[in-house]
Design a protein around this ligand. Structure first.
Ligand code: NDP
Length: 239
């Protein structure tokens, strides 16, 4: 049997596409997100879906251990769950800032905390964190989102270096705009409208399958090869 792949944020967009991609390759998968229904609708074989808030360490641990009892140790954790709440620094609510930091940073750490020790003991395993081009450079109205994604870049690279001698891989995937519902949670209508108009200038975002293919490519390299980072965007996306 192929090895277990755990994907957070698997109820939508990039995470759902990654889940389908690995299920099609014959891997058992554990799908995690708060909404169970869209994960069940994917109808993947050899798959478990559990409603979990990624900021809840206990819930993430319980879910992963359940899947591991059936499918064996986690070989790949893809931390994809995330929220993008764009806003002006002087008017955006503190709760939106807090929510982004909780999901985008703490939500990457929970699953990592659950699987890393076993990966180090086994001297194999891969953790892929979905960051963003907004984790490499800043954009207007993206201040705290950028902060959360800069943190993902920093944590991934620092952990990669620290555990490299254990043969465990940490990989950052940093996409530009991808065609998903990500923007829909932003509450400022003007920002949504400006962003949507700008997206038309690059003829829409990337197909999520392109990002899933990057995850697959990085994972399928021999365990001795670590593609540390992949940065990708529409050719017409200048920034
Ligand atoms: P979607 O909105 O389509 O998906 C976001 C996913 O995150 C959903 O499955 C959602 O599930 C999950 N999620 C959000 N909050 C939580 C939570 N507290 N606990 C568990 N799951 C949660 O957006 P994308 O697919 O675009 O986003 C995926 C990742 O890609 C994010 O990290 C995003 O920052 C990153 N990214 C996206 C880009 C884009 O342009 N779309 C560009 C660059 C990076 P549910 O609501 O069911 O909990």
């Amino acid at each position: 049997m192929k090895k277990l792949i755990v994907i957070t944020g698997a109820s939508s967009g990039i995470g759902a596409t990654i889940a389908k991609t690995f299920a099609d390759l014959g891997h058992p998968t554990l799908l995690l997100a708060r909404r169970l229904e869209p994960m069940l609708e994917l109808k993947l074989v050899n798959s478990m879906a559990m409603s979990v808030d990624v900021t809840d360490l206990k819930a993430v641990e319980t879910a992963i251990r359940k899947a591991e009892q059936v499918y064996g140790p986690t070989d790949l954790l893809v931390n994809c769950a995330g929220v993008m709440l764009l806003g002006h620094s002087d008017t955006q609510s503190f709760s939106e800032w807090e929510h982004m930091l909780d999901v985008n940073i703490k939500g990457v750490l929970t699953g990592t905390h659950v699987v890393l020790h076993d990966m180090i003991t086994a001297q194999r395993g891969t953790i892929i964190n979905i960051s963003s081009i907004a984790g490499r450079k800043t954009f207007d109205q993206h201040s705290v989102y950028c902060g959360s994604k800069f943190a993902v870049h920093a944590i991934t690279e620092a952990m990669r270096k620290e555990v490299s001698a254990s043969n465990v891989r940490f990989i950052t995937i940093a996409p530009g705009v991808v065609e998903t519902p990500l923007l829909s949670h932003t509450t400022d209508a003007t920002i949504i409208s400006d962003y949507t108009q700008w997206k038309q200038t690059i003829e829409s975002g990337l197909d999520p399958q392109i990002v899933a293919d990057c995850v697959r490519f990085a994972y399928q390299q021999p365990q001795s090869v670590c593609i540390r980072e992949i940065v990708l965007a529409k050719t017409k996306q200048a920034d």
